[in-house]
Design a binder for this molecule. Structure first.
Ligand SMILES: NC(=O)C1=CN([C@@H]2O[C@H](COP(=O)(O)OP(=O)(O)OC[C@H]3O[C@@H](n4cnc5c(N)ncnc54)[C@H](O)[C@@H]3O)[C@@H](O)[C@H]2O)C=CC1
Ligand SMILES: CC(=O)C(C)=O
Length: 258
């Protein structure tokens, strides 16, 4: 059955992959990103419309409460309801914990923890008003289970998502809303380009070597692509996952066992 979906951080990377997969599954999909990425976001919405599904491109900063409320209202206006929220937007920063400033910490938490919380909460309020339940899905990470050195404050923000996902699942179950998170390992996106570059700088190695080093720990033998994550989100958005809530599952090629 076709559902009305909103995916944040969908101008590129994993969010774009999820938006295109959910459209291919037969859903109508509104997409969000920051205003600076409006052109790329519009291109994703156009690509979705070309598949025959409805879409809307909504620029908003997910760390801003008023913008998130407006984004959810705009999605419900454009598509008729909000049935599935994919709170995907996130940022990363490579820095030793001894050098993380309070401002670095606050920026990380503002987008990755508060932003996910605001999206979860605004979506839940909308779904409760609609009265038909819903599915809320958030971006955590393998580092929400097993932190990576030099990604300390990023890891903390993803542990926050994992805890929030469990608490929200408990509180909103009575409204028929399930809440789950996805925990990718290493996905070849702009985010990992940046991580690789910064790790290379800090370890005095060449660009490309850091991701190579981490890739050697992946039992399935390759870095993942957004489609790997999107396939799991497709399941979370489908009725097949109706009895699953509060989970933060790793899609990591087995790197967790290294
Ligand atoms: N790439 C990876 O290896 C992994 C990524 N993740 C998580 O998956 C999610 C997506 O990551 P990628 O696609 O790799 O990153 P990316 O950097 O390629 O894309 C993230 C998108 O989110 C948008 N965004 C950032 N801040 C925003 C804000 N305040 N409001 C609205 N949009 C905002 C960016 O503009 C960008 O388009 C993130 O939450 C990330 O932490 C988790 C585990 C691994
Ligand atoms: C970006 C991220 O979450 C990892 C683990 O690389």
């Amino acid at each position: 059955m076709s559902k009305n979906v909103l995916v944040t951080g969908a101008a590129r990377g994993i969010g774009k992959g999820i938006a295109l997969r959910l459209a291919a599954d037969g859903h109508d999909v509104a997409v969000n990103d920051v205003a600076a990425n409006e052109a790329e976001l519009e291109a994703v919405a156009k690509e979705i419309r070309e598949t025959g599904r409805r879409s809307a491109a909504i620029t908003a900063d997910v760390s801003d409460p008023a913008s998130v409320t407006a984004m959810v209202a705009e999605t419900a206006d454009a598509l008729g309801s909000l049935d599935v929220m994919v709170a995907n937007a996130g940022i990363a920063q490579v820095l030793p914990l001894l050098e993380v400033t309070p401002e670095d910490w606050d920026r990380m938490m503002a987008v990755n923890a508060r932003g996910i919380f605001l999206c979860y909460q605004a979506a839940a309020k909308q779904m409760i008003r609609q009265g038909n339940g819903g599915k809320i899905i958030g971006a955590a990470s393998i580092v929400a289970h097993r932190p990576f050195a030099l990604l300390g404050h990023y890891s903390a923000s993803k542990w926050a998502v994992r805890g929030l996902t469990q608490a929200a699942a408990m509180e909103w179950a009575r409204h028929g809303i399930t809440v789950n998170a996805y925990c990718p390992g290493i996905v070849g996106t702009a985010m990992w380009d940046l991580i690789d570059e910064k790790l290379a700088e800090s370890e005095g190695i060449r660009k490309g070597q850091a991701i190579e080093k981490y890739s050697n720990l992946i039992h399935l033998g390759r870095v993942s692509v957004p489609e790997d994550v999107a396939a799991y989100v497709s399941y979370l958005a489908s009725p097949d996952s109706d009895y699953m809530t509060g989970q933060s599952v790793m899609i990591d090629g087995g790197i967790q066992f290294s």
